[in-house]
Design a protein around this ligand. Structure first.
Ligand code: AP5
Length: 235
């Protein structure tokens, strides 16, 4: 039984929202509290860059410029990740899909497996709040935990609470690059809000409230979705 919503199996969900909306923070909390599998395309790409893989070398210039990595590279990477055993009974997708082509490819993949998404959570946050958040964000390059220098500081300055690794700032937090990422989000990713709304999967959540309150709202959405699925299943 799923620990977050009480459904028969773990959920398959997407977290959608602008850079800095809190997707990684919420997905990580869901993994910690409920054991859901957190799949973050940005973390996978950053690991590839750190390990100097062929994918990392191809993706790096796009990431540093605040542009999207081409769909074919992302789709191969996500296909490989979602085929791993831990993702078979559910996942939280963070940063993927990000284009209509990626959303359609995800739908097609799930359909061939006889699966579907249970919910898409759209975290809504103002641009002013996003700029404030991204200017103070610190991340753990080892376990991917996310902090904020002022509002969510680690217990020991500069050190990850979970694994003790030295925290770093991301290389795409330069104000020019952040502006580019926000522009790219509006042009290429925001249309997914309507894509998922028209499929009856979209749930909007105010992402500007505290982390725990956002998580509680997501839990109640997933609980309601699990009840709807239960009601549809033959007895
Ligand atoms: P990615 O790593 O996915 O970055 P992003 O989508 O721009 O999102 P962020 O990680 O910046 O923000 P977030 O929403 O996770 O916020 P967070 O929880 O950290 O992508 C990076 C790059 O990789 C892209 O630009 C692209 O080049 C490439 N890429 C990745 N996926 C791709 C794809 N599918 N297709 C093509 N290219 C792809 O929170 C931010 C800060 O706010 C933190 O400091 C946190 O502590 C704080 N915070 C969070 N929630 C709250 C709250 N409720 N209250 C107060 N503070 C909060």
């Amino acid at each position: 039984m799923c620990e977050c919503c009480g459904g028969e199996s773990a959920v398959r969900m997407v977290l959608l929202g602008a850079p800095g909306a809190g997707k990684g923070t919420q997905a990580s909390a869901m993994q910690q509290r409920w054991g859901l599998v957190h799949v973050a395309s940005g973390d996978l790409l950053r690991d590839n860059v750190k390990n100097d893989t062929e994918l990392g070398r191809k993706a790096k210039p796009y990431m540093e410029a605040g542009e999207l990595v081409p769909d074919d590279l992302i789709l191969d990477m996500m296909e490989e990740r979602l085929a791993r055993p831990d993702a078979q009974s559910g996942f939280v997708l963070d940063g993927f899909p990000r284009t209509l082509a990626q959303a359609e490819a995800l739908d097609a993949r799930l359909e061939t497996m006889g699966q579907r998404l249970d919910a898409v959570i759209y975290l809504r946050v103002s641009e002013e709040e996003i700029l404030r958040r991204l200017s103070g964000r610190l991340i753990c390059p080892q376990c991917h935990a996310v902090y904020h220098a002022d509002t969510m500081p680690p217990k020991r300055p500069g050190v990850c609470d979970r694994c003790g690794t030295a925290l770093v700032q991301r290389s795409d937090e330069d104000p020019e690059v952040v502006r580019k990422r926000l522009q790219v989000y509006e042009e290429q990713t925001a249309p997914l809000v309507e894509y998922y709304r028209s499929r009856g999967l979209l749930h909007e959540v105010d992402g500007a409230i505290g982390v725990d309150r956002v998580l509680a709202k997501i839990a109640s959405i997933l609980e309601a979705a699990a009840k709807r699925v239960g009601a549809r299943e033959p007895q």
